[in-house]
Ligand binder design. Sequence first.
Ligand code: GDP
Ligand code: IMO
Ligand code: MG
Length: 423
Amino acid sequence: MPATVIAGTQWGDEGKGKVTDVFAEQVDYVVRYQGGNNAGHTIVIGDERFALTLIPSGVLNPGVTPIIGNGTVIDPKVLLDEMAALEQRQVDVSLVRLSANAHLIMPYHRKIDALQERFLGSGQIGTTKRGIGPAYTDKFSRHGIRVQDLFDPKIFRDKLDAALKEKNKILVKIYNQLPMEAAAIADEYLEYGRRLTGHVTDTALLLADALAAGKEVLFEGAQGTLLDVDHGTYPFVTSSNPTAGGATIGSGIGPTAIDRVVGVTKAYISRVGSGPFPTELDDAVGETMVDVGGEYGTVTGRRRRCGWLDAVALRYATRINGLTEIALTKIDVLSEFDTLRICIAYQAAGERFEEMPRQQRVLYRCEPVYEDLPGWKTDISQAESFDDLPPAALDYIARVEKIAGVPVSMVSVGPQRKATLTR
Ligand code: GDP
Ligand code: IMO
Ligand code: MG
């Protein structure tokens, strides 16, 4: 029953795609359990670069069955386009399986996402405008339309008509927009359904059977702990549970099947979109992190905000996810700096915080308390094992282990699949 979860410990973009791709060499199934095409997971193999948004990163490993679980929200056009683009590059997508219970992102979800953001003005969340929040809203208010509904035109049309009765009032009366036409949406979506037929199944049953047969299952989180709707910096979060617990709900596999939880941690930290960020750097160091780390969004191309590693957040993520280990990524980017900093606590209004403040309003005022470590100032991107790393880099890794209280089992020194050190 060996199942492993890979989850981001920060605000996303930690390198989960790369780490998943490396782990996928040894597993049979890779499962996305939450989120949708708000995710952007980049994988570099040789001269080829893949940017995946919905299809699990395991797809690049022949023989792996990529599963898109019930906890995700699916924009069917994006999924079909992503499969077609992969096929064009000779990647086999025939094994991709999609849960019949996953919810659909509808055109009005995308529209309302963008309109809600516009109306929030300076208070906007900075969403990816992919309709993620509105699709999950409909799921939980029980007005959602699911993948399985694509296969019954009458049910699909009934649900769509019911939804549009409300959505069109919102679009016209609140947002001053034109109403949407049910017939056109139904034609479009039912055609997507026809094209997806062979891929849709009961993925919870498929995974249960696989685990019973001794197969290895890997769960690939999207987003990160601090973007979790329950445990993140609400309301500047996404609308799902990227944390490890989400893997069970979003796949239909019980928690007892999971024996390993890998927290993907970037050696510094980034955030795209709005919200508090205690270690954010508005200086030349932050600029260097963006430039050297290539910190621009895979999905929206937005510049990511960058700052030093936040140990308060990392300890929090270790606890919330029940991490058994850490995969430390992009440590090569730190080669640029003479001195490295880790935020070991926060300071606000004369009080010191070793844990995330209970009141989020305090987090906005938190100043980081830094510990300085010497840099190594040598190129480590060609390292092939831990033995090839300079002592200062090994010290940095040891410090991360001490802070988190779990081992760093993998270190990534470049975007390439082979730029990965394990122990
Ligand atoms: P994800 O959303 O967590 O999968 O992360 P992204 O793919 O959005 O962002 C991570 C970026 O860093 C991608 O462009 C990766 O190719 C790149 N990357 C991953 N690991 C490393 C690493 O160890 N070093 C460097 N320099 N780049 C990396
Ligand atoms: P990966 O999987 C970084 C952020 C958005 C916004 C907030 C809500 O690549 O790490 P949403 O569209 O989900 O309603 O936006 O969450 N966000 C991400 N930030 N990486 C991601 O995914 C993200 N997915 C959503 O920028 O702040
Ligand atoms: Mg990303």
